[in-house]
Design a protein around this ligand. Structure first.
Ligand code: GUN
Ligand code: FE
Length: 457
């Protein structure tokens, strides 16, 4: 067992941020939070632990150092693992042009298992280093590469949804599934492989991943909807109302539907486990439907401004007002940054633009709100809100030790002695980077950082 002692910050809800200067978190051998004392008197640590009736000799106490505090791990609700090496390319392009010119040639390279292993290992390591304890990944179309991605997440200890990407049309011959049957067969094989890798789905699960309606024949959408119906534990992810060019092409291919909500619902792809990326352009009808169906939104504020041609801030305040689940996605590589800290900042900027556009009706997002999107909100979108996202007793311990001092790490956040914990937290959110991510835990397992200064109780 481990006990963490020091400042703790986490979200209780979209607007409630809990800031605790001296707390004690006890994590059991299975990585679950066994106890959470919110206001510990440090002089009475031993008495407090004794009163909790845990076997004292089995508890290792981790004292957070000066300037350090504990937050929940970040959740990236929308991420393209095979775009890891193309991050930042083709900025400003419209979505379908960018897919053809930049993305498909790059993703096609994942037919080579060794290339896939090398880039995916770097990708998973890179996200863990930035404190992303949970990621919902789009893979490429390739079955083998997708299995490799799932295996690497499992080995390296990242909580992940991993999806073989389905594409049977509107893509070049050299980068699409050869038939509807092949597309669905490879999906079933990946589902089976991941189930064998992690039978309880405690860390890695498959996510059904029709890239978007444009790239899928109706039979693929129907086939995936059937798989979803028969496997109620599987999440589903797709791109939704991202950009004008994409929406127009969708209308031309599926003239029988008057909205994307009707289209995806018709094929059985919308429900409480659906993760809809972007949702930039939403009618009143679509907002009501996704709320009623319980879908979650992966808000990707960086890529919304860099590729897609949407250049549009999604109506996040409206989502929150209506109680629609929202989290953040880096959408890297369309988003040039794979940092959730960057996504938080860009979500703020985009929301302030939206406030002006709505003449003040859609208030901009606060620090507490963007932090919620990055943690508990993202966990809810990935249907893991009962498992991770904050430090409630019974949840699994996915956490980041944030450091705000320490020259040897080259930390840039400037902290002054008179700063309150709230001020230090705000400085970290607005100016921090991976140098401030000192240690990262998933399910209680250290996945980044050195074990040091630990002492036995
Ligand atoms: N729509 C379909 N595929 C993609 C993708 O890879 N990135 C983004 N941003 N939008 C998409
Ligand atoms: Fe995307």
């Amino acid at each position: 067992m481990k006990a963490f002692l020091g400042p703790v910050i986490h979200s209780l809800s979209a607007s409630e941020l809990e800031i605790l200067p001296c707390a004690l978190l006890v994590v059991d051998g299975k990585g679950k939070i066994a106890s959470f004392i919110r206001d510990l008197n440090p002089q009475q640590t031993h008495d407090t632990l004794k009163a909790l009736n845990f076997p004292q000799e089995l508890i290792t106490i981790h004292h957070l150092g000066p300037g350090q505090f504990l937050i929940p791990g970040f959740v990236d609700t929308h991420n393209h693992a095979p775009q890891w090496a193309q991050r930042g390319l083709g900025q400003g392009m419209h979505i379908l042009d960018w897919l053809d010119a930049i993305t498909f040639p790059n993703e096609a390279r994942f037919r080579d298992p060794e290339y896939a292993r090398r880039i995916y290992a770097s990708c998973v390591d890179g996200f863990l280093r930035q404190g992303v304890t949970t990621a919902s990944y789009y893979g490429s179309i390739h079955g083998e590469a997708t299995k490799t991605l799932a295996r690497l997440c499992h080995e390296k200890g990242q909580r992940a949804l991993v999806g073989k990407c389905n594409m049977t049309r509107n893509a070049p011959d050299w980068y699409r599934d050869r038939s509807v049957e092949e597309s669905l067969r490879l999906t079933e094989e990946c589902i089976a492989y991941i189930k064998a890798l992690d039978p309880a789905g405690s860390l890695v699960k498959h996510v059904l991943t029709p890239r978007f309606a444009i790239s899928c024949d109706a039979e693929v959408l129907q086939g995936l909807g059937d798989i979803a119906r028969n496997n109620s534990d599987l999440s589903i992810q797709t791109h939704f109302n991202e950009a004008e060019q994409e929406m127009e092409a969708t209308r031309e291919l599926f003239p029988q539907f008057s909205s994307e909500v009707d289209l995806y619902e018709h094929y059985g792809l919308l429900g409480e486990r659906s993760i809809l990326a972007h949702c930039c352009y939403m009618t009143e009808y679509e907002l009501e439907r996704i709320k009623a169906l319980g879908c979650g939104v992966a808000h990707c504020p960086v890529s919304n401004m860099t590729v897609g041609g949407g250049f549009m801030a999604a109506p996040v305040r409206d989502f929150l007002r209506r109680g629609i689940k929202v989290g953040l996605g880096t959408d890297s590589g369309g988003g040039f940054s794979s940092s959730i800290l960057d996504a938080m900042r860009q979500a703020m900027i985009a929301s302030h633009a939206r406030e002006v556009m709505s003449k003040g009706q859609d208030r901009g997002l606060s620090i507490a709100e963007v932090f919620h999107l990055a943690t508990l909100g993202g966990a809810e979108v990935c249907s893991m809100g009962d498992k991770v996202g904050n430090f409630e007793v019974g949840k699994e311990f996915d956490a980041i030790v944030v450091g705000t001092q320490g020259d040897e790490q080259g930390i840039m956040t400037v902290v002054e002695e008179s700063d309150s914990l709230k001020t230090i937290f705000e400085k970290f959110i607005m100016t921090g980077d991976d140098r401030n991510i000192v240690k990262v835990y998933v399910q209680g397992r250290l996945v980044k950082g050195q074990l040091a200064e630990d002492s036995k109780a």
